[in-house]
Ligand binder design. Structure first.
Ligand code: BDP
Length: 341
């Protein structure tokens, strides 16, 4: 997409432009130069590979941006995390070295404190509640803080609920987590969450989890069903227990300065593309969650319903206490989310 050909074309157009300047007059020529000069070529980071809903949705986003901006903005999506780990990519988008990322808000919490709202275990009652909170005043505060930090969210993806998986047997109570080394995404809240159950929360890059599970470097991990399936973790962890302890949305996040550098029309076009891509992702997500459940079950994974999740929620009391003691300014936001119907 950003090949020699497009640069060549740009040069051609510039040459044509200097020629036409003489013929058509300065004003017309200047507007041509201006529109050629603002052509934006964005690079986008995505951790998932083919077959995952987010990969299809990010490809759709790129197509829609090209369509809706008439090619003035183009997005090249790099799938499979080839541009780096998620914590690195978050920094790169913040700095503007990468322009766009499909980020989970979990690992974003160390950069934008407000984003940690969604990383508190059991803060949301279900996925619909999460979206109601994110569409309301609490979500607005989170978005504003992300935008100020250079990571402007322009569309929200569904990432379902995350549950524990491991090899030794079903998990029914926090005591079943005790003594286990569980891989988590990069965020002290997640380490604290596993530790509060008596386990050992271990942050690690997503790309290392398969090997770590298969060699016993960790005893378990936690994720949603589509990701559990798509990267093959179900091959090396035979028990998936529906603790549903984290419901974390994901964004299409754009480097704020890159976004603000666009004209108002182009900004509106890019936002419309993100919203349409997000609606598509959410459709794919519910289908894929069901399909993944069936596929891993057929492959021999035992999916365990947890009859009573209250003991898990109760185990999180010290996690909230410690977090709010260290971040008193978050109390209001937490209350706002919890009191959202
Ligand atoms: C997946 C998220 C991805 C995370 C990954 C992980 O979509 O952004 O990097 O989990 O656990 O569900 O690291």
């Amino acid at each position: 997409m950003h090949s020699q050909a497009s640069r060549y074309e740009l040069r051609e157009r510039t040459m044509y432009n200097s020629f036409s300047k003489a013929l058509l007059g300065t004003a017309a020529a200047l507007s041509f130069v201006a529109s050629a000069a603002v052509a934006e070529e964005w690079r986008a980071w995505n951790i998932h590979s083919d077959g995952h809903p987010n990969t299809a949705a990010m490809d759709r986003f790129a197509e829609l941006v090209a369509d809706k901006t008439g090619g003035e903005v183009s997005v090249e999506v790099f799938h499979g995390g080839v541009l780096g780990t998620q914590p690195d990519a978050i920094e790169q988008v913040q700095l503007g070295a990468i322009d766009v990322g499909n980020f989970n808000l979990g690992p974003l919490g160390s950069i934008v404190n407000e984003a940690n709202l969604v990383s508190l275990p059991f803060i949301f009652r279900d996925v619909d509640h999460m979206f109601r909170v994110m569409d309301g005043p609490a979500g607005e505060q989170v978005s504003a803080a992300m935008g100020e930090a250079g990571l402007l969210p322009i569309g929200w993806f569904d990432a379902g609920a995350r549950s524990f998986y491991n090899n030794t047997g079903p998990i029914n109570t926090p005591d079943d987590v005790a003594g286990m080394k569980i891989r988590v995404m990069n965020n002290d809240l997640f380490t604290g969450m596993v530790n509060a159950m008596g386990g050992n929360g271990t942050p690690m890059a997503f790309s290392e989890v398969y090997q770590s599970l298969s060699t016993g470097v960790v005893d378990g991990a936690e994720n949603n069903l589509p990701s559990f399936q798509s990267v093959g973790h179900f091959e090396v962890a035979g028990f998936y227990s529906l603790s549903e302890h984290l419901i974390i949305p994901e964004c299409i996040c754009v480097n704020t300065a890159a976004f603000e550098g666009l004209s108002a029309d182009m900004q509106a076009a890019v936002v419309a593309a993100a919203e349409e891509a997000a609606a598509y992702q959410r459709e794919l997500w519910s289908e894929q969650t069901e399909a993944s459940r069936e596929a891993v079950t057929a492959a021999g994974v035992q999916i365990n319903e947890i009859a009573d999740k209250t003991p898990f929620q109760e185990a999180m009391v010290p996690v909230y206490e410690d977090y709010l003691a260290a971040n008193p300014s978050m109390a209001e936001l937490v209350e706002l989310a919890q009191s959202t119907e």
